[in-house]
Design a protein around this ligand. Sequence first.
Ligand SMILES: Nc1ncnc2c1ncn2[C@@H]1O[C@H](COP(=O)(O)OP(=O)(O)OP(=O)(O)O)[C@@H](O)[C@H]1O
Length: 871
Amino acid sequence: MAAQGKKETPLMKQFNSIKARYPDALLLFRVGDFYETFGEDAEKAAGILDIVLTQRNNGGDQTALAGFPHHALNTYLPRLVRAGQRVAICDQLEDPKQTKTIVKRGVTELVTPGVSLSDELLQAKANNFLAAVHFGPARMGVSFLDISTGEFFLAEGGREDIDKWLQNFAPREVLVSRKQKSGFGELFGPAYHCFYMDDWIFQEDYARETLTTHFKTNSLKGFGVAGFPAGIIAAGAVLHYLKETQHRQLGHIGGLSRLASEDYVWMDRFTQQNLELFHTRDERGKPLLEVIDRTLSPMGGRLLRRWLALPLRQLDPIRERHRVVGTLAGDEPLRVRVQEHLRRMGDLERLIAKVAAGKITPRETVHLKNSLATLLPLKNLIASSEEPALARLGEAMDPCDPLRERIQQVLLEEAPAGIGKGDTIAPGFSEALDELRALARSGKGYLDQMLEREAARTGITSLKIASNNVFGYYIEVRNTHKDKVPPEWIRKQTLVNAERYITEELKEYEAKILGAEERMLELEQQLFGQLLAWMQEYILPVQENARIVARLDCLCGFARLAGEYGYTAPQMTDATDLNIVQGRHPVIEQQLSPGEAYVPNDLLLNREDQQIIMITGPNMSGKSAILRQTALIVLLAQIGSFVPAEAATLGVVDKIFTRVGASDNISLGESTFMVEMNEAASILNNLSERSLILLDEIGRGTSTYDGISIAWAIAEYLHEHPARAKTLFATHYHELNDMAATFPRIKNFNVSVKEGKDKVLFLRKLEPGGSHHSFGIHVARMAGMPQAVVQKAQKMLVRMEKAHGSGSAKPALAPAREDLQLSFFQLDDPLLEQIREEILHLDIDRLTPVEALMKLNEIKRLLQAKKSASS
Ligand SMILES: Nc1ncnc2c1ncn2[C@@H]1O[C@H](COP(=O)(O)OP(=O)(O)OP(=O)(O)O)[C@@H](O)[C@H]1O
């Protein structure tokens, strides 16, 4: 806070009283042409913005001060908000010239990470959601609102639902009541930028009243949300927060819809991360979204992101999307023409939101008009389509003729980015304005005439007329002609070579011009304001257009993608089988180096006889790729896209789970394994007949025997569970192949490799049958391990396999630790006992070839030592 001086200056007094109302915000305090920050705010601002921090004397005390010119607000504000600050903008509410006392000031907007309309803070192809979470007695509620587009949602559910919604909507800011602060942190972790509000705001009555007042309705029934009290409380808190942050013009928030988990494919946090839908773990990689995004409008880009987070579960809407994609993919010229129009489309949704908030500029308004104009040819192109779903999109487009005509009539095509930065209103629209312009613009000719006249009258040949800020228009006379200056001219300034004069005529002229310019500005402002007020009733139709364009853009993008990469239409069914013919991984196939071709694979999963596929194969052979491509093909199909496969018949999937063994994090110790087991447990508790499960090297985070036992037990559980959920299980424990003998719906496959003399060739083909040996030795060979080591390892392997009885029929239950003890280690020679310990403590998965070599050398030395001791 600013220091409280004994004799506070009036300005600081005003600042302190305003700051006291916004204690959590950084206050930008307008003083003349600057936005100033004081005290702690100044220290923060100086640090974030890298601007100079100075001291100001405030009635005896020193106060820190940092500021920037008001016109730089658009540069600095986003940086403050991106740094996580809530910024209160305090403006001068009256013209300083009109007041003799201190200027009235007040906060006109509070910009926070979740509440922003500024282009500098928003990303075109991503929403900027504000969320609120409320824990009701029975269920939790969550609400999301993007003030820049007007989209407003609520949802209810348990912890996992809310977690999933938060993950899907990735809000920039989350509102939570103070009372529930610690509860929120415990359940959802520290990842969110939270703001804690008074508990009384989170009351059902208050929320209902806030919402119905906003929507001007008697109840919330019309939105289909009335029976969701926890969600309503969250939504009420969101609207309350908008008021608190001085966002009161909210005409573009026209509805509230409920998000229902049962409409969308359930993917938990780990699954979205593992499938790399939006982000990759490796910076060089590309997420799926980037690979499939062919949208051309910002609305389309945002919708695609949402579609990918929320794939559909209902057959009809999925099939409808496929039909539209099919039509567009089958008619290339049509698709190209549609996309040409989409490319020119501005962000209808955000433009109209700015109209509602009164924040649109004249230039943007013209852009809005032109974007609406491109709807016309677009509508004509598709409204006559034979595909009813596509034709319906065309029919539903409303180019809003009166709105376009009105903007055209009122605004100049080249209207500027701000009133006063050039002419805004079209000539001919306002007679008064035209007259003022004529007056103001007659200036040059008038002055030239006057100059000519005065030069002739006085005989001064080098007269010049100009103006400055100090005394306005003046006549400049070079010193050589000084003696010819008529007495009625009034001298104002003496320069080295010249003198400057004003005349009565110039003064009069100036008054007229200045008045005209001021009045022009006022009138332009007024006319533009009237236009915006008139436009309000078009908010909803423009938003509807934006939704249609977004949809068309996504579907057109899918059609283009299908053409580019040879995707085909999947056949969607309400059976539970997945049958993929020659499927590919959509991301990997785009990233192979030139000359490399992705090897496609067939895959069949069903609940009858091929429920669980156990995939073995050496490292890097392509096991994970097969797992992921299966899930990605399902996902692409269920967002309405075609798929990277020759053909696919897909029973709709309702949940996708993926788990990846924690081998990479093994150094983190026990806890990582616990996490892995917790994750696995959450799958086992949520199975359904339509679930698809991908388990990649599960159980790897512990010792081999534990790992095998756990993987075995999980596979067995999935097999025995009545849901019979379809499962792909990638493992390097070839011991798990033994399960197929006992469990009829478990089938073994391997990713084939060709073993050459000294290298392994990856064929990447999924083939029936298991692998009966470990591939670690091949990897060692490939890594350039000396021949002697490889041979020794191979011998040891053979001995171990013999001892273990590999290849024979296996017990039906998870093998106990003792069962897997190998006879090789049961010799009771103390040296062998020591070697046994050494080997048991080896972590083969993490052992580098060099370490293996060193270990072998150590063992060799032990044996040599014994040999020489006994000889
Ligand atoms: N079908 C394929 N066609 C072409 N290249 C492929 C194919 N499958 C995988 N690859 C390539 O091989 C690499 C390794 O594949 P993947 O990660 O699936 O192997 P993995 O068997 O799961 O190995 P690990 O056990 O080490 O995780 C991939 O990054 C990809 O570049």
